[in-house]
Design a protein around this ligand. Structure first.
Ligand SMILES: [Zn+2]
Length: 334
C-alpha cells in the first residue's frame, strides 16, 4: 500500500526487500533543532562530545563543534519505531509455511517472536531489524543496515551553544545541601544539519523510516529523557550515489551564512535563516554529483510529509500498514 504521494517515485524504490544491493538511495535531508536543554555525551562522559573541524568549506579556519554521533541519532528513532510495532500488535508473530501469524495463532507456534528490543533481544525479522540492521546474533549472522547516516555537527561553535549549569543537590533527610553537580548542556535553538540515507528500501520501508524521524522528539543522554529535538525536513532526494556528509552540509551552510553577512558568534540562528539558505546550499553541494539525482522539495515534499502524518494519525490505516510491512520483512528469506 504505497502512499499516493510516493507513487510517482516508485522507480527509486525496490519492489521487494532485495538480497543484493542495487544502490537506490532515498535520502532525507533535515535539520535537527534542540527545543530544550540537551546533553550529548558518550556513555559515562561528563563533558559533551566536541570535535575541531574546519568552520566552512571555503572558510577554513578551525571551529570546535558539538557532535551528535550516529548512534545518538538512530537509536532513539529505532526505539520509536519498535514501540509503534508493539503498540499495534505486531508482537507476538511467527512464521509458518511462508505465512506470518499473529497473536494467539503465533503463540501456538514453538518458534514465535515475543518482542524485539535493543540491543540484546533483536528478533532479526521485523521491519526494524531488516532496515536498521543488527550485529552478529547466534544462528542468524549479522545484517547490514539499509539506513545510513554519520556524525552530525552544530553550525555554531561549541563555546556559544553550550552552558555549564550547577545543581545543588539537597539531601531531604539530613536537610543539608549536599554535593554540587555540574552539567554541560547544549542550549535550546541549536541546529544540527543531517542526512539519513535509505539504501534499497521499499516505498513502505521508507515511509516507516520517515515516520520515525517525524515522531521522535527525545535525543541525547540516555536515561535522562531530556533533550527535546525537533526534526525539520528540508528535502527528500533520490539518487544512485551518496549526496554529501553531514559535516559538509554544516560547513556549506556556515559558508552561506557568513557570506551573507551573518555574525554567527554574536547573533542567534533561526529556522527561517537556514530554510532561506538551504536550497542553494543543497544545489551547490550536489552540483558535481557523479550520479543521477531527483530532489523533492516545496509542495511535493509537503504533500509526502502530510501523507505520512495522516497515515500516523489514522489508527486503522496504520495498523494495516504496519502489519503489511511486517508480513514483508518476516517472510523475507535470504
Ligand atoms: Zn526485530
Amino acid at each position: 500500500m504505497t502512499l499516493k504521494t510516493l507513487q510517482p517515485y516508485q522507480q527509486y524504490f525496490v519492489p521487494a526487500i532485495p538480497r543484493t544491493p542495487t544502490n537506490r538511495y532515498a535520502s532525507i535531508i533535515l535539520l535537527r533543532e534542540t527545543k530544550s536543554y540537551a546533553i550529548f555525551t558518550t556513555e559515562g562522559g561528563e563533558q559533551q562530545d566536541v570535535e575541531q573541524v574546519p568552520a566552512g568549506l571555503t572558510h577554513a579556519e578551525p571551529a570546535t563543534r558539538l557532535v551528535m554521533f550516529k548512534r545518538k541519532q538512530v537509536a532513539p528513532e529505532r526505539r520509536t519505531g519498535k514501540a509503534l510495532l508493539r503498540q499495534y500488535g505486531i508482537f507476538p508473530y511467527a512464521l509458518k509455511d511462508g505465512k506470518v501469524l499473529y497473536g494467539d495463532e503465533a503463540l501456538r507456534e514453538k518458534n514465535h517472536y515475543d518482542d524485539c528490543y535493543l540491543t540484546e533481544g533483536l528478533c532479526t525479522h521485523c521491519p526494524d531489524c531488516l532496515i536498521y540492521g543488527y550485529a552478529a546474533i547466534e544462528g542468524e549472522g549479522a545484517r547490514r543496515a539499509r539506513l545510513m547516516t554519520d556524525t552530525c555537527f552544530t553550525i555554531r561553535p561549541y563555546e556559544i551553544i553550550q552552558k555549564q549549569v550547577k545543581f545543588n543537590v539537597i539531601d531531604e533527610a539530613a536537610h543539608t545541601s549536599g554535593t554540587i553537580t555540574e552539567y554541560d548542556y547544549t542550549t535550546p535553538g541549536v541546529f544540527l544539519p543531517a542526512v539519513e540515507t535509505g539504501v534499497d528500501l521499499t516505498a513502505d520501508e521508507f515511509t516507516y523510516v520517515l515516520g520515525n524521524v517525524l515522531r521522535t522528539t527525545r535525543y541525547g543522554k540516555e536515561g535522562s529523557r531530556q533533550g527535546f529535538l525537533r526534526n525539520h525536513i528540508l528535502a527528500i532526494a533520490f539518487s544512485d550515489v551518496e549526496l554529501f556528509a553531514n559535516l559538509e552540509f554544516t560547513q556549506a551552510l556556515y559558508d552561506a551564512l557568513v557570506d551573507a553577512g551573518k555574525d554567527l558568534a554574536a547573533e542567534g540562528l533561526t529556522l527561517a535563516d537556514l530554510q532561506a539558505h538551504a536550497p542553494a546550499v543543497i544545489e551547490h553541494l550536489t552540483a558535481g554529483l557523479a550520479g543521477r539525482l531527483t530532489l523533492v522539495t516545496d509542495k511535493e515534499l509537503e504533500a509526502i510529509l502530510d501523507d505520512v502524518r495522516a497515515l500516523n494519525r489514522d489508527e486503522e490505516q496504520l495498523r494495516r500498514f504496519l502489519k503489511g510491512l511486517n508480513d514483508e520483512s518476516a517472510s523475507f528469506t535470504v
